[in-house]
Design a protein around this ligand. Structure first.
Ligand code: BES
Ligand code: ZN
Ligand code: ZN
Length: 497
Protein backbone atom coordinates (compact mmCIF):
# COMPACT_ATOMS: atom_id res chain seq x y z
CA UNK A 1 0.00 0.00 0.00
CA UNK A 2 1.20 3.48 -0.90
CA UNK A 3 2.27 5.45 2.17
CA UNK A 4 2.05 9.17 1.59
CA UNK A 5 3.86 11.75 3.60
CA UNK A 6 1.42 14.44 4.74
CA UNK A 7 2.80 17.83 5.70
CA UNK A 8 0.82 20.71 7.16
CA UNK A 9 1.82 24.37 6.78
CA UNK A 10 0.38 27.36 8.61
CA UNK A 11 1.22 29.52 5.62
CA UNK A 12 -0.74 30.85 2.69
CA UNK A 13 -1.22 28.26 -0.04
CA UNK A 14 0.69 30.45 -2.53
CA UNK A 15 3.72 30.38 -0.25
CA UNK A 16 3.83 26.57 -0.11
CA UNK A 17 5.93 25.04 -2.86
CA UNK A 18 4.83 21.85 -4.63
CA UNK A 19 4.95 20.26 -8.08
CA UNK A 20 1.22 20.69 -8.57
CA UNK A 21 -1.78 22.21 -6.86
CA UNK A 22 -5.24 20.68 -6.52
CA UNK A 23 -8.11 23.13 -6.44
CA UNK A 24 -11.64 22.06 -5.58
CA UNK A 25 -14.36 24.02 -7.32
CA UNK A 26 -17.35 24.40 -5.06
CA UNK A 27 -18.81 27.47 -6.70
CA UNK A 28 -19.66 26.79 -10.33
CA UNK A 29 -19.06 30.46 -11.16
CA UNK A 30 -15.42 29.82 -10.33
CA UNK A 31 -15.33 33.22 -8.76
CA UNK A 32 -12.46 32.77 -6.43
CA UNK A 33 -8.88 33.90 -6.20
CA UNK A 34 -7.70 30.27 -6.00
CA UNK A 35 -9.10 29.68 -9.49
CA UNK A 36 -6.26 31.30 -11.39
CA UNK A 37 -7.01 29.76 -14.76
CA UNK A 38 -10.60 30.93 -15.17
CA UNK A 39 -10.15 31.96 -18.79
CA UNK A 40 -8.53 28.68 -19.80
CA UNK A 41 -11.19 26.70 -17.96
CA UNK A 42 -13.90 28.63 -19.74
CA UNK A 43 -12.15 28.18 -23.06
CA UNK A 44 -11.92 24.41 -22.75
CA UNK A 45 -15.56 24.22 -21.65
CA UNK A 46 -14.97 23.16 -18.06
CA UNK A 47 -18.31 23.50 -16.26
CA UNK A 48 -17.46 22.10 -12.81
CA UNK A 49 -20.22 19.52 -13.12
CA UNK A 50 -20.26 16.60 -10.70
CA UNK A 51 -17.11 14.46 -11.04
CA UNK A 52 -15.62 16.80 -13.67
CA UNK A 53 -11.88 17.10 -13.28
CA UNK A 54 -9.27 18.73 -15.44
CA UNK A 55 -5.49 18.79 -15.31
CA UNK A 56 -3.76 21.83 -16.75
CA UNK A 57 -0.13 20.75 -17.17
CA UNK A 58 1.05 24.22 -18.20
CA UNK A 59 -0.06 25.87 -15.01
CA UNK A 60 0.45 22.67 -12.99
CA UNK A 61 -3.01 22.83 -11.49
CA UNK A 62 -5.74 20.21 -11.22
CA UNK A 63 -9.28 21.53 -10.92
CA UNK A 64 -11.85 19.16 -9.50
CA UNK A 65 -15.53 19.88 -9.03
CA UNK A 66 -16.98 19.33 -5.56
CA UNK A 67 -20.76 19.87 -5.35
CA UNK A 68 -20.40 20.98 -1.73
CA UNK A 69 -18.00 20.93 1.18
CA UNK A 70 -19.65 17.90 2.74
CA UNK A 71 -16.98 15.42 3.73
CA UNK A 72 -18.02 12.82 1.21
CA UNK A 73 -18.02 15.33 -1.66
CA UNK A 74 -14.51 16.35 -0.66
CA UNK A 75 -13.35 12.71 -0.46
CA UNK A 76 -14.65 12.02 -3.94
CA UNK A 77 -13.42 15.18 -5.64
CA UNK A 78 -9.93 14.82 -4.17
CA UNK A 79 -9.90 11.15 -5.22
CA UNK A 80 -10.99 12.21 -8.72
CA UNK A 81 -8.17 14.77 -8.87
CA UNK A 82 -5.64 12.11 -7.90
CA UNK A 83 -6.90 9.81 -10.64
CA UNK A 84 -6.01 12.54 -13.14
CA UNK A 85 -2.37 12.70 -12.03
CA UNK A 86 -1.93 8.99 -11.36
CA UNK A 87 0.44 8.40 -14.24
CA UNK A 88 2.36 11.67 -13.97
CA UNK A 89 5.90 12.02 -12.69
CA UNK A 90 5.04 14.70 -10.15
CA UNK A 91 6.07 13.98 -6.61
CA UNK A 92 4.32 16.56 -4.48
CA UNK A 93 0.91 18.20 -4.45
CA UNK A 94 -0.61 20.96 -2.37
CA UNK A 95 -4.12 21.77 -1.21
CA UNK A 96 -5.78 24.50 0.85
CA UNK A 97 -8.49 24.01 3.46
CA UNK A 98 -11.50 25.90 1.98
CA UNK A 99 -13.86 26.56 4.82
CA UNK A 100 -13.86 28.76 7.88
CA UNK A 101 -16.18 26.57 9.95
CA UNK A 102 -14.10 23.60 10.88
CA UNK A 103 -11.02 23.26 8.71
CA UNK A 104 -9.72 19.99 10.24
CA UNK A 105 -12.84 18.20 9.00
CA UNK A 106 -11.92 19.13 5.44
CA UNK A 107 -8.32 18.03 5.91
CA UNK A 108 -9.54 14.71 7.27
CA UNK A 109 -11.81 14.17 4.27
CA UNK A 110 -9.00 15.10 1.86
CA UNK A 111 -6.61 12.62 3.42
CA UNK A 112 -9.26 9.90 3.40
CA UNK A 113 -10.13 10.61 -0.24
CA UNK A 114 -6.46 10.38 -1.21
CA UNK A 115 -5.61 7.18 0.69
CA UNK A 116 -8.84 5.34 -0.12
CA UNK A 117 -9.01 6.58 -3.71
CA UNK A 118 -5.45 5.59 -4.66
CA UNK A 119 -5.69 2.03 -3.30
CA UNK A 120 -4.82 -0.66 -5.77
CA UNK A 121 -4.50 -4.40 -5.32
CA UNK A 122 -1.67 -5.85 -7.37
CA UNK A 123 -0.52 -8.77 -5.22
CA UNK A 124 -1.06 -11.14 -8.15
CA UNK A 125 0.23 -8.85 -10.93
CA UNK A 126 3.67 -9.17 -12.35
CA UNK A 127 3.91 -5.47 -13.14
CA UNK A 128 3.05 -3.38 -10.12
CA UNK A 129 1.48 -0.09 -11.06
CA UNK A 130 3.57 2.88 -10.03
CA UNK A 131 2.32 6.03 -8.42
CA UNK A 132 4.84 8.84 -8.13
CA UNK A 133 3.18 11.28 -5.76
CA UNK A 134 4.89 10.99 -2.38
CA UNK A 135 4.27 14.23 -0.52
CA UNK A 136 0.96 15.92 0.19
CA UNK A 137 1.22 19.45 1.49
CA UNK A 138 -1.76 21.02 3.17
CA UNK A 139 -1.90 24.73 3.84
CA UNK A 140 -4.18 25.74 6.70
CA UNK A 141 -5.32 28.79 4.76
CA UNK A 142 -9.09 28.85 4.32
CA UNK A 143 -11.14 30.24 1.45
CA UNK A 144 -11.14 33.69 3.02
CA UNK A 145 -7.41 33.91 3.50
CA UNK A 146 -7.45 33.12 7.20
CA UNK A 147 -4.67 30.82 8.43
CA UNK A 148 -5.36 28.28 11.17
CA UNK A 149 -3.19 26.68 13.78
CA UNK A 150 -1.79 23.49 12.32
CA UNK A 151 -2.14 21.16 15.31
CA UNK A 152 -5.82 20.32 14.96
CA UNK A 153 -5.33 19.75 11.22
CA UNK A 154 -2.40 17.43 11.86
CA UNK A 155 -4.45 15.49 14.40
CA UNK A 156 -7.34 15.12 11.95
CA UNK A 157 -4.99 13.92 9.20
CA UNK A 158 -3.38 11.37 11.49
CA UNK A 159 -6.79 9.97 12.35
CA UNK A 160 -7.70 9.88 8.66
CA UNK A 161 -4.50 7.94 7.92
CA UNK A 162 -5.32 5.36 10.62
CA UNK A 163 -8.93 4.92 9.50
CA UNK A 164 -8.12 4.73 5.78
CA UNK A 165 -5.24 2.35 6.33
CA UNK A 166 -7.50 0.02 8.32
CA UNK A 167 -9.99 0.19 5.44
CA UNK A 168 -7.35 -0.55 2.80
CA UNK A 169 -5.93 -3.43 4.86
CA UNK A 170 -9.46 -4.85 5.01
CA UNK A 171 -9.58 -4.66 1.20
CA UNK A 172 -6.27 -6.55 1.03
CA UNK A 173 -7.61 -9.45 3.10
CA UNK A 174 -10.87 -9.65 1.17
CA UNK A 175 -9.20 -9.43 -2.26
CA UNK A 176 -6.79 -12.23 -1.35
CA UNK A 177 -7.77 -15.53 -2.96
CA UNK A 178 -9.41 -18.35 -0.98
CA UNK A 179 -6.29 -20.50 -1.42
CA UNK A 180 -4.14 -17.79 0.15
CA UNK A 181 -6.58 -16.80 2.88
CA UNK A 182 -7.87 -19.97 4.51
CA UNK A 183 -9.29 -19.85 8.05
CA UNK A 184 -5.85 -20.82 9.34
CA UNK A 185 -4.13 -18.05 7.34
CA UNK A 186 -6.69 -15.51 8.52
CA UNK A 187 -5.95 -16.57 12.10
CA UNK A 188 -2.23 -16.17 11.44
CA UNK A 189 -2.85 -12.69 10.04
CA UNK A 190 -4.77 -11.71 13.18
CA UNK A 191 -2.09 -13.18 15.42
CA UNK A 192 0.71 -11.34 13.61
CA UNK A 193 -1.28 -8.12 13.75
CA UNK A 194 -1.79 -8.46 17.50
CA UNK A 195 1.99 -8.52 17.95
CA UNK A 196 2.33 -5.24 16.04
CA UNK A 197 -0.38 -3.39 17.92
CA UNK A 198 -0.38 -1.86 21.37
CA UNK A 199 -2.77 -3.37 23.92
CA UNK A 200 -3.95 -6.15 21.62
CA UNK A 201 -4.00 -9.86 22.34
CA UNK A 202 -5.04 -12.72 20.12
CA UNK A 203 -6.59 -16.07 21.00
CA UNK A 204 -7.11 -18.71 18.34
CA UNK A 205 -9.47 -21.62 18.87
CA UNK A 206 -9.09 -24.71 16.66
CA UNK A 207 -11.58 -27.51 15.93
CA UNK A 208 -11.09 -29.07 19.37
CA UNK A 209 -11.82 -25.77 20.99
CA UNK A 210 -15.01 -25.45 18.94
CA UNK A 211 -16.02 -28.97 19.98
CA UNK A 212 -15.41 -28.20 23.65
CA UNK A 213 -17.46 -25.04 23.28
CA UNK A 214 -20.28 -27.10 21.73
CA UNK A 215 -20.35 -24.88 18.65
CA UNK A 216 -22.05 -27.52 16.55
CA UNK A 217 -23.64 -25.08 14.10
CA UNK A 218 -20.27 -23.47 13.33
CA UNK A 219 -18.57 -26.88 13.05
CA UNK A 220 -21.24 -28.25 10.71
CA UNK A 221 -20.60 -25.48 8.17
CA UNK A 222 -16.86 -26.16 8.25
CA UNK A 223 -17.10 -29.95 8.09
CA UNK A 224 -16.60 -30.66 4.39
CA UNK A 225 -13.58 -28.42 3.93
CA UNK A 226 -10.01 -29.67 4.08
CA UNK A 227 -9.16 -26.27 5.54
CA UNK A 228 -10.06 -26.48 9.21
CA UNK A 229 -12.09 -23.71 10.89
CA UNK A 230 -10.80 -21.23 13.45
CA UNK A 231 -12.37 -18.99 16.02
CA UNK A 232 -10.30 -15.84 16.25
CA UNK A 233 -10.61 -13.62 19.29
CA UNK A 234 -8.77 -10.30 19.35
CA UNK A 235 -8.90 -8.16 22.47
CA UNK A 236 -7.86 -4.55 22.78
CA UNK A 237 -7.53 -3.02 26.22
CA UNK A 238 -6.66 0.66 26.65
CA UNK A 239 -3.99 1.94 29.04
CA UNK A 240 -6.45 3.36 31.53
CA UNK A 241 -9.49 1.51 32.81
CA UNK A 242 -11.96 1.15 29.98
CA UNK A 243 -15.25 2.99 30.29
CA UNK A 244 -17.18 0.67 27.96
CA UNK A 245 -16.91 -2.73 26.31
CA UNK A 246 -17.64 -3.25 22.61
CA UNK A 247 -17.68 -6.62 20.87
CA UNK A 248 -17.59 -6.91 17.08
CA UNK A 249 -18.44 -10.28 15.55
CA UNK A 250 -17.37 -10.94 11.96
CA UNK A 251 -18.57 -13.52 9.43
CA UNK A 252 -15.37 -15.09 8.15
CA UNK A 253 -16.36 -17.48 5.37
CA UNK A 254 -13.07 -17.61 3.50
CA UNK A 255 -15.11 -19.25 0.75
CA UNK A 256 -18.80 -19.86 0.32
CA UNK A 257 -19.54 -22.40 -2.41
CA UNK A 258 -23.04 -22.78 -0.98
CA UNK A 259 -22.27 -26.28 0.26
CA UNK A 260 -24.59 -29.07 -0.95
CA UNK A 261 -27.16 -26.37 -1.79
CA UNK A 262 -24.45 -25.41 -4.27
CA UNK A 263 -24.38 -21.93 -5.77
CA UNK A 264 -24.71 -21.64 -9.56
CA UNK A 265 -21.24 -20.92 -10.96
CA UNK A 266 -21.87 -17.27 -11.81
CA UNK A 267 -23.01 -16.61 -8.22
CA UNK A 268 -20.05 -18.44 -6.76
CA UNK A 269 -17.54 -16.03 -8.31
CA UNK A 270 -16.70 -13.26 -5.78
CA UNK A 271 -17.53 -15.54 -2.82
CA UNK A 272 -14.00 -15.03 -1.54
CA UNK A 273 -15.63 -11.82 -0.30
CA UNK A 274 -17.68 -13.76 2.26
CA UNK A 275 -14.92 -13.03 4.76
CA UNK A 276 -15.53 -9.27 4.55
CA UNK A 277 -17.16 -8.99 7.99
CA UNK A 278 -14.20 -10.78 9.54
CA UNK A 279 -11.65 -8.61 7.73
CA UNK A 280 -13.52 -5.50 8.87
CA UNK A 281 -13.71 -6.62 12.52
CA UNK A 282 -9.98 -7.41 12.60
CA UNK A 283 -9.13 -4.01 11.16
CA UNK A 284 -11.50 -2.21 13.50
CA UNK A 285 -9.21 -3.54 16.25
CA UNK A 286 -6.20 -2.19 14.33
CA UNK A 287 -7.73 1.29 14.12
CA UNK A 288 -9.03 1.28 17.70
CA UNK A 289 -5.57 0.44 19.00
CA UNK A 290 -3.83 3.02 16.82
CA UNK A 291 -6.38 5.67 17.78
CA UNK A 292 -5.93 4.65 21.44
CA UNK A 293 -9.68 4.72 22.06
CA UNK A 294 -10.60 4.49 25.77
CA UNK A 295 -12.71 1.32 25.35
CA UNK A 296 -12.20 -2.37 25.66
CA UNK A 297 -12.90 -3.71 22.18
CA UNK A 298 -13.12 -7.33 21.07
CA UNK A 299 -13.34 -8.93 17.65
CA UNK A 300 -14.74 -12.45 17.43
CA UNK A 301 -14.33 -14.08 14.06
CA UNK A 302 -15.92 -17.28 12.87
CA UNK A 303 -13.57 -18.42 10.10
CA UNK A 304 -14.59 -21.40 7.99
CA UNK A 305 -15.03 -22.60 4.43
CA UNK A 306 -18.45 -23.76 3.16
CA UNK A 307 -17.65 -26.66 0.82
CA UNK A 308 -19.06 -29.91 -0.52
CA UNK A 309 -17.92 -33.49 0.12
CA UNK A 310 -18.96 -36.85 1.46
CA UNK A 311 -19.03 -35.54 5.00
CA UNK A 312 -20.71 -32.23 4.23
CA UNK A 313 -23.60 -31.05 6.41
CA UNK A 314 -26.91 -31.51 4.66
CA UNK A 315 -30.31 -30.04 4.19
CA UNK A 316 -32.42 -32.09 6.69
CA UNK A 317 -29.71 -32.11 9.35
CA UNK A 318 -30.66 -30.80 12.78
CA UNK A 319 -27.84 -29.00 14.59
CA UNK A 320 -27.53 -28.02 18.21
CA UNK A 321 -26.12 -24.53 18.62
CA UNK A 322 -23.89 -23.44 21.50
CA UNK A 323 -26.86 -21.90 23.32
CA UNK A 324 -28.74 -25.23 23.23
CA UNK A 325 -31.26 -24.32 20.52
CA UNK A 326 -31.75 -26.79 17.68
CA UNK A 327 -31.63 -25.65 14.06
CA UNK A 328 -33.16 -27.44 11.09
CA UNK A 329 -30.89 -27.05 8.05
CA UNK A 330 -33.02 -26.47 4.98
CA UNK A 331 -30.36 -24.75 2.89
CA UNK A 332 -26.62 -25.14 3.37
CA UNK A 333 -26.03 -21.82 1.61
CA UNK A 334 -27.58 -20.02 4.59
CA UNK A 335 -24.37 -20.86 6.46
CA UNK A 336 -23.25 -17.46 7.73
CA UNK A 337 -26.09 -17.28 10.24
CA UNK A 338 -25.09 -20.71 11.61
CA UNK A 339 -21.51 -19.61 12.22
CA UNK A 340 -22.68 -16.30 13.66
CA UNK A 341 -25.25 -17.95 15.95
CA UNK A 342 -22.44 -19.69 17.83
CA UNK A 343 -20.07 -16.72 17.69
CA UNK A 344 -22.73 -14.31 18.95
CA UNK A 345 -23.47 -16.64 21.86
CA UNK A 346 -19.75 -16.82 22.69
CA UNK A 347 -19.55 -13.02 22.39
CA UNK A 348 -22.30 -12.49 24.96
CA UNK A 349 -20.23 -14.35 27.56
CA UNK A 350 -17.90 -11.34 27.42
CA UNK A 351 -20.75 -9.18 28.83
CA UNK A 352 -20.49 -6.40 26.26
CA UNK A 353 -22.12 -2.98 26.56
CA UNK A 354 -22.55 -3.04 22.79
CA UNK A 355 -22.49 -6.01 20.44
CA UNK A 356 -22.21 -5.50 16.68
CA UNK A 357 -21.99 -8.15 13.98
CA UNK A 358 -20.73 -7.51 10.48
CA UNK A 359 -21.63 -10.00 7.78
CA UNK A 360 -22.07 -10.48 4.05
CA UNK A 361 -25.20 -12.32 5.07
CA UNK A 362 -27.80 -12.13 2.32
CA UNK A 363 -28.24 -11.49 -1.37
CA UNK A 364 -31.69 -10.27 -0.32
CA UNK A 365 -30.12 -7.26 1.39
CA UNK A 366 -28.55 -6.27 -1.94
CA UNK A 367 -31.91 -6.68 -3.67
CA UNK A 368 -33.61 -4.55 -1.00
CA UNK A 369 -31.13 -1.69 -0.70
CA UNK A 370 -28.92 -1.85 -3.77
CA UNK A 371 -25.21 -2.48 -3.94
CA UNK A 372 -24.14 0.67 -2.15
CA UNK A 373 -25.88 0.44 1.20
CA UNK A 374 -25.32 -1.44 4.46
CA UNK A 375 -28.48 -2.88 6.04
CA UNK A 376 -28.81 -2.00 9.72
CA UNK A 377 -30.94 -4.23 11.95
CA UNK A 378 -31.55 -4.63 15.65
CA UNK A 379 -34.07 -4.16 18.44
CA UNK A 380 -33.05 -0.73 19.73
CA UNK A 381 -34.08 2.29 17.66
CA UNK A 382 -31.73 4.43 19.71
CA UNK A 383 -28.77 2.25 18.80
CA UNK A 384 -29.79 2.02 15.15
CA UNK A 385 -30.14 5.80 14.99
CA UNK A 386 -26.67 6.24 16.46
CA UNK A 387 -25.12 4.17 13.66
CA UNK A 388 -27.17 5.95 10.99
CA UNK A 389 -25.78 9.22 12.35
CA UNK A 390 -22.20 7.94 12.21
CA UNK A 391 -22.91 6.78 8.67
CA UNK A 392 -23.34 10.37 7.49
CA UNK A 393 -19.92 11.36 8.78
CA UNK A 394 -18.14 8.23 7.63
CA UNK A 395 -19.27 8.41 4.01
CA UNK A 396 -20.65 4.87 4.13
CA UNK A 397 -24.32 4.48 3.25
CA UNK A 398 -26.71 2.74 5.62
CA UNK A 399 -30.44 2.09 5.85
CA UNK A 400 -32.56 0.54 8.54
CA UNK A 401 -34.46 -2.66 7.87
CA UNK A 402 -37.26 -3.16 10.41
CA UNK A 403 -38.01 -6.40 12.23
CA UNK A 404 -41.62 -7.52 12.74
CA UNK A 405 -43.42 -10.44 14.37
CA UNK A 406 -44.86 -11.76 11.09
CA UNK A 407 -41.46 -12.18 9.48
CA UNK A 408 -40.24 -13.78 12.70
CA UNK A 409 -42.85 -16.55 12.38
CA UNK A 410 -41.49 -17.54 8.97
CA UNK A 411 -38.50 -19.19 10.65
CA UNK A 412 -40.61 -21.85 12.38
CA UNK A 413 -39.51 -25.44 11.96
CA UNK A 414 -41.58 -28.62 12.34
CA UNK A 415 -38.69 -30.66 13.62
CA UNK A 416 -36.38 -28.24 15.44
CA UNK A 417 -36.55 -25.00 17.45
CA UNK A 418 -35.88 -22.91 14.34
CA UNK A 419 -35.23 -23.29 10.62
CA UNK A 420 -32.14 -21.79 9.01
CA UNK A 421 -34.20 -20.27 6.19
CA UNK A 422 -37.50 -18.49 5.96
CA UNK A 423 -40.54 -20.22 4.46
CA UNK A 424 -41.13 -17.17 2.25
CA UNK A 425 -39.12 -15.72 -0.65
CA UNK A 426 -39.65 -12.20 0.63
CA UNK A 427 -37.86 -10.17 3.27
CA UNK A 428 -34.77 -12.39 3.26
CA UNK A 429 -32.38 -9.83 4.75
CA UNK A 430 -34.70 -9.26 7.70
CA UNK A 431 -35.48 -12.94 8.31
CA UNK A 432 -31.72 -13.58 8.40
CA UNK A 433 -31.40 -10.80 10.99
CA UNK A 434 -34.28 -12.32 12.93
CA UNK A 435 -32.59 -15.70 12.83
CA UNK A 436 -29.59 -14.12 14.57
CA UNK A 437 -31.91 -12.43 17.06
CA UNK A 438 -32.83 -15.92 18.27
CA UNK A 439 -29.30 -16.25 19.58
CA UNK A 440 -29.27 -12.94 21.42
CA UNK A 441 -30.19 -13.25 25.12
CA UNK A 442 -32.86 -10.96 26.54
CA UNK A 443 -30.37 -8.77 28.41
CA UNK A 444 -28.45 -8.07 25.19
CA UNK A 445 -31.42 -7.50 22.85
CA UNK A 446 -31.09 -3.72 23.06
CA UNK A 447 -27.31 -3.76 22.92
CA UNK A 448 -27.03 -5.61 19.62
CA UNK A 449 -26.74 -4.35 16.05
CA UNK A 450 -26.60 -6.45 12.91
CA UNK A 451 -24.90 -4.94 9.85
CA UNK A 452 -25.51 -6.77 6.56
CA UNK A 453 -22.66 -5.63 4.31
CA UNK A 454 -23.38 -8.03 1.41
CA UNK A 455 -23.98 -5.13 -1.01
CA UNK A 456 -21.07 -2.73 -0.56
CA UNK A 457 -18.39 -5.17 0.65
CA UNK A 458 -17.36 -6.27 -2.84
CA UNK A 459 -17.85 -4.21 -5.99
CA UNK A 460 -18.35 -5.63 -9.43
CA UNK A 461 -17.86 -2.12 -10.78
CA UNK A 462 -16.02 0.76 -9.13
CA UNK A 463 -18.09 3.65 -7.75
CA UNK A 464 -17.27 6.81 -5.87
CA UNK A 465 -13.72 6.51 -4.55
CA UNK A 466 -14.05 2.71 -4.26
CA UNK A 467 -12.25 0.39 -6.65
CA UNK A 468 -13.58 -2.79 -8.26
CA UNK A 469 -13.27 -5.60 -5.70
CA UNK A 470 -13.24 -5.18 -1.94
CA UNK A 471 -14.24 -1.84 -0.41
CA UNK A 472 -13.55 -2.36 3.30
CA UNK A 473 -17.23 -1.86 4.09
CA UNK A 474 -18.13 -1.32 7.73
CA UNK A 475 -14.70 -0.24 8.98
CA UNK A 476 -15.15 3.50 8.64
CA UNK A 477 -18.76 3.29 9.80
CA UNK A 478 -17.84 1.49 13.01
CA UNK A 479 -14.84 3.65 13.77
CA UNK A 480 -16.79 6.88 13.30
CA UNK A 481 -19.51 5.32 15.45
CA UNK A 482 -17.01 4.47 18.21
CA UNK A 483 -15.48 7.95 18.00
CA UNK A 484 -18.95 9.42 18.42
CA UNK A 485 -19.18 7.67 21.81
CA UNK A 486 -15.93 9.32 22.83
CA UNK A 487 -17.38 12.64 21.78
CA UNK A 488 -20.64 12.01 23.65
CA UNK A 489 -18.81 10.97 26.80
CA UNK A 490 -16.69 14.07 26.69
CA UNK A 491 -19.57 16.44 26.09
CA UNK A 492 -22.49 17.52 28.22
CA UNK A 493 -25.00 15.74 25.99
CA UNK A 494 -24.72 12.18 27.20
CA UNK A 495 -27.76 10.98 25.31
CA UNK A 496 -27.18 8.84 22.17
CA UNK A 497 -29.72 10.41 19.85
N1 BES B 1 -22.69 -15.21 1.40
C1 BES B 1 -24.02 -15.29 0.97
C2 BES B 1 -24.68 -13.93 0.82
C3 BES B 1 -24.15 -13.01 -0.25
C4 BES B 1 -24.77 -12.93 -1.48
C5 BES B 1 -23.07 -12.20 0.00
C6 BES B 1 -24.30 -12.07 -2.43
C7 BES B 1 -22.59 -11.35 -0.97
C8 BES B 1 -23.21 -11.27 -2.17
C9 BES B 1 -24.86 -16.10 1.97
O1 BES B 1 -24.19 -17.08 2.66
C10 BES B 1 -25.94 -16.76 1.19
O2 BES B 1 -25.64 -17.52 0.34
N2 BES B 1 -27.18 -16.42 1.49
C11 BES B 1 -28.31 -16.95 0.82
C12 BES B 1 -29.39 -17.19 1.84
C13 BES B 1 -30.54 -18.01 1.33
C14 BES B 1 -30.09 -19.42 1.04
C15 BES B 1 -31.64 -17.98 2.35
C16 BES B 1 -28.74 -15.94 -0.23
O3 BES B 1 -28.65 -14.74 0.02
O4 BES B 1 -29.17 -16.36 -1.30
ZN1 ZN C 1 -24.10 -18.95 1.59
ZN1 ZN D 1 -22.13 -16.78 2.92
Amino acid sequence: MKEFSFKVYDEKIDDVSADIEIILIIDKNMNHKWVKDRDVLEYIGFKADENETVFLPESKRVYSASPSLHSDDIRLSVANAFKKIKKSKFQSVKLGLYTENCPPINARAMAEGIILGTYQFDKYKDKKRDFNIEIIKISTEDYNGKIYDKNSTLKAINEAIIISKATNETKNIVNTTPADMTPEKLAEYANELSKELRGVECFIGDENFLKNEKMEAFLAVAKASSNAPRLIHLTYKPNKKATKKFVFVGKGLTYDSGGLSLKPSEYMITMKSDKSGAAAAINIIRAVSELKLPYEVHAIIGAAENMIGGNAYKPDDVLKARNGKTIEVRNTDAEGRLVLADCLDYAQDLKPDYLVDLATLTGACVVALGEYTIGVMGNSSKLKKSILKASKKSGELTAQLPFNKYLKKLLKSDIADISNISSSRYGGAITAGLFLDNFIKDEYKDKWLHLDIAGPAFLEKSWGYNQTGASGAGVRLCIYWLKEFVYIENSVHKEVK
